[in-house]
Design a protein around this ligand. Structure first.
Ligand SMILES: Nc1ncnc2c1ncn2[C@@H]1O[C@H](COP(=O)(O)OP(=O)(O)O)[C@@H](O)[C@H]1O
Ligand SMILES: [Mg+2]
Length: 268
């Protein structure tokens, strides 16, 4: 609705994880290099955690987009399935043709695929998002998959991505073995105030915003205050702020607009 008024080609603050809007904050950059190091260094199990809305999923999408051809990838978005279904999803996403569909057969096909890929000098990585939803059995299954290796190296790199509850789960005595296998860990923090400002400008620029559309310093202060730098909340606030700005026919988003956006959007 406000897009035409501001001359935006797209919605600047959508809460989907569209990699076209990716902003490389120092933390996202650091997280990215940890993931890449874990995959390239064949560290077996890699763990990326962070509060909801800090940008874990968008980072994974970026990683998948940028990954070179020598790494075969699978991305499991919502792993609340049975063990068998999880295996089916992984094999399907890797493009492994299904023969029978029992657990042993799936694991055998996966193993054959991994050995074949390794023979071609390829590496295989599976990203499992929302991994805090996996139960103990599924997590244990994942540990077993990460056992697929040659004498020299891990054949399958598994990236567990999840909210901080994942870390609590991994502390359970029954998951001790899995926990001790995690070769690389990174915990994503929200943006700091400077990067928050750049983040907003970056998203506006991608959406084609004109220079005269401005968020004042006071507005940024307020957004930081309400969001503590969590991109998802920043997006929700900015979306409401642009709508309010449009209603008031202004190109300057100030502190007052943010305050009322917060009242509406965050029920404050
Ligand atoms: N680095 C970033 N660059 C651009 N947008 C981001 C970034 N981090 C988070 N976002 C945006 O914030 C929202 C939440 O991000 P998401 O990746 O879904 O978080 P999480 O998976 O940690 O819950 C999405 O709209 C996403 O586009
Ligand atoms: Mg996510």
């Amino acid at each position: 609705m406000y897009k035409a008024f501001y001359g935006l080609t797209e919605n600047a603050f959508n809460i989907t994880s569209d990699p076209a809007f990716y902003f490389e904050s120092s933390r996202h950059k650091e997280a990215y290099s940890h993931l890449l190091y874990g995959i390239k260094g064949r560290k077996g199990i890699i763990c990326l955690t962070g509060e909801v809305g800090t940008g874990k999923t968008i980072l994974c999408r970026m990683l998948l987009n940028k990954m070179d051809q020598a790494v075969k990838t699978a991305f499991i978005l919502n792993p609340s399935f049975s063990q068998i279904q999880l295996l089916q999803l992984i094999t399907k996403d890797l493009g492994i043709p299904a023969k029978k569909n029992n657990k042993l057969d799936l694991i055998t096909s996966l193993n054959d695929f991994l050995i074949d890929q390794n023979g071609q000098g390829h590496n295989v990585a599976v990203i499992i998002d929302e991994a805090q939803n996996l139960n103990t059995h599924q997590l244990e299954q994942i540990r077993l998959l990460s056992n697929l290796e040659t004498e020299k190296e891990k054949l399958l790199q598994i990236i567990l991505v999840g909210q901080p509850e994942l870390l609590e789960k991994l502390q359970k005595p029954s998951l001790r073995q899995l926990n001790s296998r995690i070769g690389v860990r990174y915990h994503m923090q929200p943006l700091d105030k400077n990067e928050l400002h750049e983040y907003i400008e970056h998203r506006l620029a991608i959406a084609g915003a004109p220079k005269k559309l401005l968020f004042t310093d006071g507005a940024i202060e307020r957004i930081y205050h309400f969001s503590k730098g969590t991109p998802r909340i920043v997006n929700i606030l900015c979306e409401h702020a642009l709508l309010a700005g449009f209603v008031n026919e202004t190109f300057t988003i100030d502190e007052e607009i943010i305050k009322s956006a917060a009242r509406e959007a965050l029920a404050l």
